[in-house]
Design a protein. Sequence first.
Length: 287
Amino acid sequence: MRGLKRWLSTAPETRDELSRLVQDSRQFLEPDTVDMLEGVLDLPATQVREIMTPRPQVMGLHESASLAEVMDIILDTTHSRYPVFDSQDDDAVIGILLAKDLIPILVYMVREQEEKIDSKRLKDLVRQPLYISETARSDTLLRSLQLTQVHMAIVVDEFGNFAGVVTMEDLLEEIVGDIVDEHDDFDEDSDINNIVADPEKANTWRVQASTVIEDCNDELGSNFDDTDVDTMGGLVMQALGYVGDLEGESVVIDDWKITITDVEGRFIHNLELTKMNARQQLLIGSH
């Protein structure tokens, strides 16, 4: 306790001093507590684009979708909230549909044995969306979500186009780490396992294209540049310089060979990263 009193005797005057104080607190506090404090301090320096779900990975609905189609999507994806797009413009989000808002309609259908389930338009069920810039600070997002009492925001780019979605859970994970619920898929969708060592190939990892470059660098000890792009998929597209038949395409960045292993249309889903030895680098350099 005497050591703790001495540690708290001088109040920090700058953010850097406060950060150092938090780091030094590991001798008094549990590691998880310190990690959460550091997460809170990092929020002002974290942009929304770093924590959002980017557009290619967003599961949305169109306002023209029938209730049957909506229910099929909800049962398949098991999300609790969905952005609803204008049927004529995929960049225009007209609102957010909460899955629970469909319950009264379903109850009515069961009680009345109603066969026609498309009588109520999806547009009548959605809630007003909250829009936020992809360059906004995460602490600004937190205040906006609190003020509007919503749990999902629509992210727009500098031109006002739809860029992705961000949720209260995304913010909380920045503070407390990954939150896994009963619907998370550890093998495919969970950020916990988005970098997995290949059990059959040496010095090779399977990496989701949506993995943040900084996370990949931290996990693999690589030095990929994230100045212009944020994700590993974006890094590969930047290196290739074109959009064509991407399946099986490879690029060499630094001492890593990156191969596209799974792609849908023009969206990359999974990559294979192989750390090359000196001989392999010489062979590639000679071609």
